[in-house]
Structures are given as structure tokens and as C-alpha cells.
Design a protein around this ligand. Sequence first.
Ligand code: NAP
Length: 307
Amino acid sequence: MHNLVILGSGCAGNTAAIYAARASLTPVVVAGHEPGGQLSITTLVENFPGFPEGIDGPVLVEQIKKQAEHFGAVYLNGTVIEADLSKRPFRLNVDNEWMETRALIVATGASARWLGLESEQKLIGHGVSSCATCDGFFYRGKKIMVVGGGDSAMEEALFLTRFGESVTLVHRRDEFRASRIMLDRARAHPKIEMLTNTVVDEIFDPAQNVVTGVTLRDLVTGKVTRRDVDGFFVAIGHIPNTKPFVGQLDLDPDGYVVSHGGARTSIPGVFHAGDVQDRIYRQAVTASGAGCMAAIEAERFLEHEGH
Ligand code: NAP
């Protein structure tokens, strides 16, 4: 029986682990299907406070983990495939082994949705990105492409105009999910060109380990064209990692955990931290802050319960 299990080993989970370990709760962190979370697939992080020269995402998240281990947090490789939160202790099936815990922090994150091209996967962190705030800076004066037709794509395209020489927005339909105001803003921007009814078939060049261009296909005419691109941003939504909690935790229609104030979920003793609940800020530093909040609340909960 554990006092506290933390699901997820990104900034949120690892920071929660530091706080909980320092409170002598001996937290167990279940690392999840993508240990280190989204930082583990980024390159240089220049906006995390305390690193004036920037720090590599994978190094940053590993350092936070080491800090947590230093205070006694225990890390388990594995992923929760099933959970029973109907009574306490909570029960978790981690890769077919059940474990029990008095309190739980869900910091399982949200995974960026990708196009699914092999070339895209090979070039993540080498010109392909899912985060304009994180990586836009590297494309000053360069040719940027953004894929998507929702608010995220408009927001990223507008943000990227600060850096890029040009921003081409590629969307598979000619109707947009984006709100009118965001769409109008993007349409009116002189640096943004919109290509509708268009999909990306291939990204070049995995052999050089850098993005050099793409092949585009017009879905109406079938015409295939080649374009030079330096930075390729995918903004087609995120998928919160909440599958094991469906029907148990209060989730919104897209699957994000609904906050019941602070770090509280709909179930006493279960707390949220990071992108699994946050669809707005999604930053390493906000995830870390949320991890801190969740650990403090878990500690108070356990103390109140007499543990
Ligand atoms: P979204 O609204 O679900 O839009 C996703 C977009 O990606 C859609 O245009 C979709 O095309 C496209 N797409 C999905 N899969 C694709 C694929 N495999 N290939 C090509 N295109 C694909 O997601 P989001 O933009 O991330 O927004 C999520 C939520 O956050 C929304 O509620 C949004 O309003 C909100 N948000 C708000 C703000 C803001 O207000 N500032 C900023 C960001 C996000 P189809 O339309 O053809 O399906």
C-alpha cells in the first residue's frame, strides 16, 4: 500500500514527486508511455526560469527527476492501463500488476496529435514541432509551415509571424474549426498564406536530419507540389491521456480532467497536475507549478486522513 502514487513523469509529475518526497510521503512515480513527457521530445528550452542559456528539454526533465529521487521518490517504468477509483484505497493496474494507494496525482499529460507520417516522426525536434511557443524562436527569418484549422493553428501561425519570413497555413478542408476572430486575424496577416483543401504527404529530409521542404497535395485538383520549408509546426490538437479514468473522474467532452478547484478532481484524494487538465497554457513551468500544487494538496489530504 502506497501513500501516494503519481502517474506521469513530465514536469508536472516530477515536480509533484519532489514536493511529496520532501514531505516524506515516499511517492511512487509511474513513468508512463512517454517517460519525461513532452519535454523529452523537444530540443532547447529557453523559457524555463533559471537557465539563462536555455537547457535541453530531455536534460531538464531528467534533472527534475533526479532531484525527486534524491529526496526518496521511487520511479517505476510502466503505464496505467486500468484504474478503480470507486473506493479507497485506489487500485491501479500498471502493465497487468495491481497496486494500491491512499492518494493519487494524475499527471499523465496530453500528447500532441501528429499527422502520422514516418518522415514527421523522424524529424520531431529537428524542424518538426508541436509547440510554437517553445520552438518558434529558432526560425527567425525562415520559411515556416503550420498544419491545422482550429484555434491552435491560428494562434501558432500568428505567433510564428514574429519570427518567420513567411508562414504558410495548410488545412485539409476549406472550412475552419477556428473561432471567427482568430481566423479573421490570421487571414488578414500579410505574412500568412492559407492553403485549404490541402494535405502534407511527405516532409523532407530525414536523411539530412533537418526539415528542408514538403510535398503538398491539393485534395480538389489532386495536384502535387513541392515547397521549401525550414520549420514545420503541427497544430491539429492534443489528446489528453485519461483513458483509464473515463466514467470515473469528471472529464470534459474532449477528455481533459475537470478541475474542482486547486488541484482537486471530482474524487477526494485524486489530484490533477499539468496538461491532463490544462488546455490553455501547456508550458513546462505551469506544469511544474501545477505539480507543486497537487503534491501540497495530497499531503494535506493524507494528513487530514491521519496518515
Ligand atoms: P481542434 O479545434 O480540434 O482543431 C484541430 C484541427 O486540426 C482541425 O482543423 C482538424 O481538421 C485538424 N486536423 C485534425 N486531425 C488532422 C489530421 N490528421 N490531418 C490534418 N488536419 C487535422 O484543436 P485545437 O485547435 O488544438 O483546439 C482545441 C480546443 O482548444 C478548441 O476548443 C479551441 O477553441 C481551444 N483553443 C482556444 C484558443 C484560444 O481561444 N486562444 C487557442 C487554442 C485552442 P478538421 O477541421 O478537418 O477536422
